[in-house]
Design a protein around this ligand. Structure first.
Ligand SMILES: [Zn+2]
Length: 350
């Protein structure tokens, strides 16, 4: 059990030693994450030593002050929080630096928990050249949460709950499972739900195509709450095959259930790919509104369109062949809509 942890919110606030400025400001977000993390640790009964330095005359002075603060306290663990940046702005993912790249348990767990939010896991690297890693006496890790100058990473950061989710992920990694794990999965699912619910709700009010609770349940189920390969690589929350789509596509295999209940895998299936989750959600509704296999004479998902009853809408999706899985409708209703009270996104008044 870790008793005393030093937290360094990376960099000074401004001037000498301040952090990277990308789409978001590193110095600002290291503090948001770090102070939220300190609160979680204190609530869990861990003693926290704030090793944050807001201003210094030089970058070296900032680093030395942080290390002195860490070393004058007998710490069990020292954590420095940072956001990455790359010259081409194309770098993405989470990485952690430790002394000689030691993959000790807390470091591995932190990178895993952060990666679970949808970031690429770049792993644990040797941080011997980093002053705060080399000079601190306690076991130390420097977390590069994600790239603050990369659109994709910042999108993940914002839609998965920002600094709160990162603080929770670090806390879970450091303090282990149990209560923390539960808090995180609830926090993350709620923010994903809210994100999809807002877009689906607005589209429902404007176009009345698919009931929002259904859209949110489908997105949660089909994309594993925004963490599936299609979601990460193609911003696709629903797994809609190319089918006449003229936009970009992403190629991967597909698993389907045959009529006899057995499963089969199709290789090299082309899936619709998007620039954002929002585009994916709106295209999903377009697809339901327009999909036809007889040149437009009949709409394949006609009964789903405008249906205000989530149980019927889920059953119609299944009957109209939206998914091959036999328990698709039942799962949308039981595992998602009712379990997570998704009808709160439905505004069924005319
Ligand atoms: Zn930094």
């Amino acid at each position: 059990m870790i008793m005393r942890i030093g937290i360094n919110c990376g960099h000074t606030v401004s001037g000498k030693g301040c952090g990277a400025v990308g789409l978001i400001n590193e110095s600002e977000h290291t503090r948001l994450v770090g102070y939220a993390l300190m609160e979680l640790l204190k609530e869990a009964g861990v003693e926290v030593v704030d090793c944050t330095i807001d201003s210094a005359g030089t970058k070296q002075e900032y680093l030395e002050k942080a290390v002195i603060t860490a070393n004058t306290n007998e710490l069990d663990l020292f954590i420095s929080i940072h956001f990455n940046a790359s010259a081409s702005h194309t770098g993405h993912g989470v990485e952690i630096y430790t002394y000689k790249g030691q993959a000790y348990q807390e470091a591995e767990a932190v990178s895993r928990h952060i990666a679970q939010l949808g970031y690429k896991n770049r792993g644990i690297k040797a941080g011997d050249n980093l002053f705060v890693i080399r000079k601190t006496k306690a076991k130390a890790m420097l977390i590069e949460v994600c790239f603050c100058d990369n659109r994709k990473d910042v999108d993940i950061y914002q839609r998965t709950g920002g600094y709160r989710s990162i603080a929770q992920a670090v806390f879970n990694g450091v303090c282990g499972g149990g209560k923390g794990e539960k808090i995180q999965s609830e926090a993350v699912s709620e923010t994903f739900e809210e994100f999809v619910g807002k877009i689906a709700g607005k589209d429902w009010r404007e176009r009345r195509i698919v009931l929002p609770s259904i859209v949110v349940a489908q997105a949660m189920k089909e994309s594993a709450r925004g963490t599936s390969e299609l979601a990460r690589e193609a911003n696709a929350l629903f797994g809609i095959k190319k089918n006449g789509w003229t936009g970009k596509t992403y190629r991967k295999s597909a698993t389907e259930q045959r009529k006899d209940g057995s499963f089969t895998t199709l290789e090299h299936v082309e899936w619709r790919a998007y620039d954002s989750f929002e585009e994916s959600i709106l295209d999903h509704n377009d697809y339901i509104a327009t999909r036809s296999t007889d040149g437009g004479k009949t709409l394949r998902f006609g009964p789903v369109i405008g249906c205000t009853n989530y149980i019927l809408a889920a059953q119609y999706l299944q009957e109209c062949g939206y998914a091959t899985a036999k328990d698709y409708a039942e799962s949308l209703i039981n595992d998602y809509i009712e379990k997570h009270n998704l009808t709160r996104f439905d505004d069924v008044t005319a």
